[in-house]
Design a protein around this ligand. Structure first.
Ligand SMILES: [Zn+2]
Length: 353
């Protein structure tokens, strides 16, 4: 009997160490001290002990009981003591304060703001167009031949508006017109021409959408930034200086560019501007596909058919388009090697800016 009591005491002392909260404590109490608890049961057995041993065993049982009650009370006091309230009452000026999380602008947004600022200082207006556009605005106005591959659904997201119209009872202005998510920004420029009188110069940033396979250099939704100057006399050399000036404002240092011939349906003649890779400075790296240069913007003089679509006389007016691949510029500026990171929403990426 003496051993039973001693073992029970060691068991209880050991177990009480693992009590973390009041619920644990209550379970513990029920296990040992309730009417059918282990300790209560053990005490009941004292009556079966031989009479001669009863006083000794009774004394031991009493000591064990007292000890256990003491430990139990201590644990109970410790758990019910409102530690949090005490902590709140003490003001400790040496504790570090709570850090506020402040959001920052996405690198693409930041680049748009920087370009807007650079162009605005050169007296350009900032203009915006709709992301949903018509086939006429996206292709016909821009001198895309009817069989041009870019019209295929492979590249362009066509919208089944008639279906949506039936489902949601929406009225469409021109039901015979085909609608799409704009595959490029240039269509916006014709809308501007139709509603403004030249001479003018303006920029129009925005998102465009193309149905293509994604990889480190291609996304289905990406940003472009375009500019158009229309005046009586616009020279390519002045345009090239403008591009260099803008890029140097954005990058904060001198940049090397080169202009070479390029063909696009909406320009005649057209050009392609390459910029020396800002990541490897012309030495060759993964971003520039190891040739030291990166195509960053096509452009050219608006095709006579584009002027006509915009309601302007091509014999009277000259123009200069710049079509910046904005994401590529952002990637160059911040050394980002995968375009898919830009829309990933990954905070580890975004927190770097
Ligand atoms: Zn490079």
């Amino acid at each position: 009997m003496k051993e039973i009591l001693q073992n029970l005491k060691s068991e209880i002392v050991e177990k009480i160490k693992f009590i973390k909260n009041e619920a644990d404590l209550e379970n513990f109490r029920l296990e040992y001290f309730s009417r059918k608890g282990k300790f209560t049961e053990a005490l009941k057995k004292i009556k079966d002990v031989a009479d001669a041993e009863k006083p000794v065993i009774g004394k031991i049982a009493n000591e064990v009981k007292k000890e256990i009650e003491h430990i139990f009370e201590q644990t109970k006091n410790f758990l019910t003591d409102d530690v949090t309230v005490k902590k709140e009452k003490i003001y400790d000026p040496t504790l570090p304060g709570l850090k506020k999380t402040i959001g920052t602008l996405h690198p693409t947004t930041r680049m748009i703001h920087e370009l807007n600022e650079a162009f605005r200082s050169l007296n350009f207006e900032i203009y915006e167009g709709n992301e949903i556009t018509t086939e006429e605005q996206a292709f016909d106005n821009l001198n895309f031949p009817p069989d041009h591959p870019a019209r295929e659904s492979m590249d362009t997201y066509w919208i089944k508006l008639q279906k949506i119209q039936k489902q949601k009872n929406i009225k469409i202005l021109n039901a015979s017109e085909k609608y799409c998510l704009r595959p490029h920004l240039t269509g916006v420029s014709v809308n501007y021409m139709k509603t403004h009188k030249p001479p003018f110069q303006f920029v129009y940033p925005g998102r465009v959408f193309r149905s293509e396979a994604t990889d480190a250099g291609h996304e289905r939704c990406f940003y472009q930034y375009e500019a158009l100057i229309v005046n009586h006399d616009v020279s390519f050399s002045a345009g090239k200086i403008l591009i260099k000036t803008i890029l140097e404002r954005v990058f904060g240092h001198e940049v090397k560019i080169r202009m070479r011939a390029g063909f696009f349906p909406f320009v005649e003649p057209g050009f392609e501007i390459d910029m020396e890779c800002q990541v490897c400075h012309g030495l060759g790296c993964g971003i520039c596909k190891h040739n030291g240069w990166l195509e960053i913007m096509p452009g050219g003089a608006p095709h006579p058919n584009v002027f006509k679509a915009g309601g302007l006389d091509p014999k009277k007016w000259q123009g200069f388009y710049i079509n910046v691949g904005l994401d590529r510029l952002v990637m160059m500026k911040y050394g980002i090697d995968d375009i898919r990171l830009m829309h990933s929403g990954d905070l580890r990426f975004l927190r770097q800016f």
